[in-house]
Write a protein that binds this ligand. Structure first.
Ligand SMILES: [Fe+2]
Ligand SMILES: [Fe+2]
Length: 166
């Protein structure tokens, strides 16, 4: 994204693309984990990818409901490989932290424009980001505990396949 929008509606349009980018990145991580033989991690990332598309649709639907023109921008490229499973999860957490910042920025713009419906819609995202960051931090904690032990990685893989169905 080259334009630095400050108008809440423009920021929502940009956020559709940001959420789609997250969706692509998690899909790419799913493919990477599948290739590594970590099916639990792959399924977990597939579920994340679908969730991110739903996030994009929340912004899309909000704009349509507000009778605002939706314009889909270019989705940036995503990496296709990581140095280790842990590195992928580190990237995921960093990405979620970035998205939290984007949501905060839209919230501030909505607040200064007195856009109450958008603020209400964003409340869901504020809670969601707390949840997403917590999930990825927890997974990284598990990686800290196993200290690169291969059997431990399989254990995490098992746990994530359970988490996916919760
Ligand atoms: Fe999201
Ligand atoms: Fe997310």
């Amino acid at each position: 994204m080259t334009i630095m929008a400050t108008n809440p509606r423009d920021l929502c349009n940009e956020q559709i693309v940001n959420e789609l980018h997250a969706s692509h990145m998690y899909l790419s991580m799913a493919a990477y984990f599948n290739h590594q033989g970590l099916r639990g991690c792959a399924d977990f990332m597939l579920a994340q990818s679908e969730e991110e598309r739903e996030h994009a649709m929340r912004f899309y639907n909000h704009l349509v409901d507000r009778d605002t023109r939706v314009e889909i921008g270019v989705v940036d490229e995503t990496p296709n490989a990581w140095d280790s499973p842990r590195a992928a999860f580190e990237d995921a957490l960093a990405h979620e932290e970035k998205v939290t910042g984007q949501i905060e920025k839209i919230y501030e713009a909505a607040e200064s424009a007195g856009d109450r419906p958008l603020m209400n819609m964003l409340d869901w995202f504020v809670d969601e980001q707390v949840e997403e960051e917590r999930t990825f931090r927890r997974i990284l904690e598990l990686f800290d505990l196993i200290e690169d032990d291969q059997a431990g990685i399989l254990e995490i893989d098992e746990r994530l396949s359970d988490l996916d169905h919760e």
